[in-house]
Design a protein around this ligand. Structure first.
Ligand code: FAD
Ligand code: NAP
Length: 313
């Protein structure tokens, strides 16, 4: 029979928002349960150096997330390796189903499910995913030692991935649809100074080109956004870095969303459209999407949950 666990506060997600909520909820004596999801530690486990998390001049993303997990556990958060597959918000206590079969009931829920990489949606991109097409340079860059690589996008992720990939690649071409990057100036400076990186402005990826035996990428067809001219670039690796979409699957039909799927909260709080359900981090933040802002919102969510529970008593 499925095990049922009751908690005052269920935290869904183990990124900076989830673990910080864990630290604060545990210190408020709420004995929180935190369910980690498919990516324990969240997005920062897919990167290398983090240079903008206060108190660390430089720290590796996975190390930072291990420290956050340790901190949440040390304060008394029960951290569980499970994935929430369903959340019933229609009555209290709220009920969440775990992929393990465990049922979690909770007086309040903090959603901190973050965001996931977006894809272009091309058939050829799908066909070569895992065979040369990737959305994670730190995971897959090592496979392209001495090879030519293309990166698509113009934000912080694209620029960081391009820079990181120069550790392995003989050449990196950054393909961007405009002639201006969205990335921070400090990253742009590093990009433009790096002799291994060429930037291809006003171009979009049209098709990933490859062969089947052995299956792998050989290049990309790109299209000029103004002239429509198609050209081909040789490449063994194609890294798509065009942003992230909020992981709202559990609540997209029940909570108010805005700005393309981000969970809407009352400004200045983490309160969602359902009392007792709180949202923090990239799931609710289309604007800043940083580790430190997510951690800040995790803190707010735990304090909001504590107040909500006190009012119920
Ligand atoms: P996430 O980190 O996205 O974590 C979401 C968590 O939710 C995961 O643990 C996942 O397993 C869990 N989850 C999802 N669905 C479920 C479910 N159904 N059940 C249970 N759990 C679930 N920010 C910076 O400040 N500095 C940087 O240098 C920096 N570098 C970055 C580099 C890369 C490559 C990327 C992609 C992002 C970077 N960011 C950086 C942004 C930063 O990682 C995010 O802003 C931050 O991780 C968001 O934290 P979060 O807690 O909201 O969610
Ligand atoms: P982002 O900032 O949303 O940038 C996405 C980029 O991809 C944009 O340049 C966009 O082009 C381009 N793009 C989007 N859709 C496209 C499409 N269909 N075809 C071609 N290009 C497309 O996403 P991100 O870079 O992943 O960053 C997400 C968040 O994480 C940001 O808040 C960022 O600051 C944060 N982050 C921070 C760090 C850091 O602090 N070091 C590192 C990584 C990420 P346009 O510019 O033309 O719109």
């Amino acid at each position: 029979m499925a095990e049922t666990r009751h908690t005052k506060v269920l935290i869904v997600g183990s990124g900076p928002a989830g673990y910080t909520a864990g630290v604060y909820a545990a210190r408020a004596m709420l004995s929180p349960i935190l369910v980690q999801g498919i990516e324990p530690g969240g997005q920062l486990t897919t990167t290398t150096e983090v240079e903008n998390y206060p108190s660390f001049v430089e720290v590796q993303g996975p190390e930072l997330m291990m420290k956050m997990e340790e901190h949440a556990r040390a304060m008394g958060t029960e951290v569980i390796g499970d994935i929430i597959t369903e959340l019933d918000t229609s009555k209290r206590p709220f009920t969440a189903k775990g992929d393990s079969g465990t049922i979690y009931t909770a007086d309040a829920v903090i959603l901190a499910t973050g965001a996931r990489a977006k894809w272009l949606g091309l058939d050829s991109e799908e066909a070569y995913k895992g065979f040369g097409v990737s959305a994670c340079a730190t995971c897959d860059g090592f496979f392209y030692r001495g090879q030519e690589i293309v990166v698509v996008g113009g934000g912080n992720t694209a620029v960081e991935e391009a820079l990181f990939l120069t550790n392995f690649a003989s050449k990196v071409t950054l393909i961007h649809r405009r002639d201006e990057l969205r990335a921070e100036k400090i990253l742009q400076d590093r990009l433009f100074k790096n002799e291994k990186i060429e930037t291809l402005w006003f171009h979009e990826l049209e098709e990933v080109v490859g062969e089947d035996n052995p299956k792998g990428v050989t290049g990309v067809k790109v299209k000029h956004t103004e002239t429509g001219e198609i050209s081909e670039i040789p490449a063994k690796g194609v890294f798509i870095a065009i942003g992230h979409a909020p992981a709202n699957e559990l609540v997209k039909d029940v909570l108010e969303l805005h700005n393309g799927g981000y969970v809407k909260v009352t400004p200045g709080t983490t309160e969602t459209s359902i009392p007792g359900i709180f949202a923090a981090g990239d799931l609710t933040d289309h604007k800043y999407r940083q580790a430190v802002t997510s951690a800040g919102m995790g803190c707010m969510a735990a304090l909001d949950a504590e107040r909500f529970l006190a009012e119920q008593e």
